[in-house]
Write a protein that binds this ligand. Sequence first.
Ligand code: 5RP
Length: 246
Amino acid sequence: MTENLSPIDTAKYVAAKRASEMVEDGMKVGLGTGSTAAWLVKCLGERVANEGLRIVGVPTSSRTAELAREVGIRVVTLDEARWLDMTIDGADEFDPQLNLIKGGGGAHLQEKIVAMASDKLVVITDASKRVDTLGAFPLPLEVIGFGWQATKVLVEEMLIGLSTPGHSSMLRMNGDAPFVTDEGNHILDLQLKSIENPRQLSMVLNQIPGVVENGLFIDICDTVVIGHGDGAVKVLNLSDQQTRPE
Ligand code: 5RP
């Protein structure tokens, strides 16, 4: 599965492999979305096939559901599973408090619901996603299609009011047409440059009519597994770091 991998794919693979080893027999597992999470699904599929690992998986997108079924993982909905032992997912950025930006793949709405319904969120990533301050990666904001241009104006006015270093936003496209999420919504990517107060921003964004969910994951992630191009893996646990305010 890993011959001829580039350093970046090696990093993603080794992080995913390490996280897959955290999954125990009988667990209900949230399955993230994106290229790193795809490695995770493949690693879990190998354990199902080779070790007889019995798990049920709750995918966070139609893409992940399709892959999970292909590799032999039993797929159920979140409503069927009700609560999960663990979710394993990728991220676009993580900071020293293990707060995240997610949604580069347009799946952060389902990803946040699934992560919040889990005892633990484990993020798998390569080292390039580590930042001191979130916000260089454009923050994804899922908005409903109805009146999205008015929502965009309200979001930008709110950002100006908060004096964020950047305040423009762009409708995410898929070729010539707006990108459509699994829930039938659109995505605005917010060019913020730097987010000084992610907790405040997350709460304020979700108050704007038309906004469904933002891609900030605050106080949700417990563990980050960082893969490196040479095959090394580092695991950061929030409990070891004790970096979150009381
Ligand atoms: C999808 C996500 C992904 O986890 C995030 O974009 C990272 O993706 P990749 O592993 O491909 O870099 O949030 O909505």
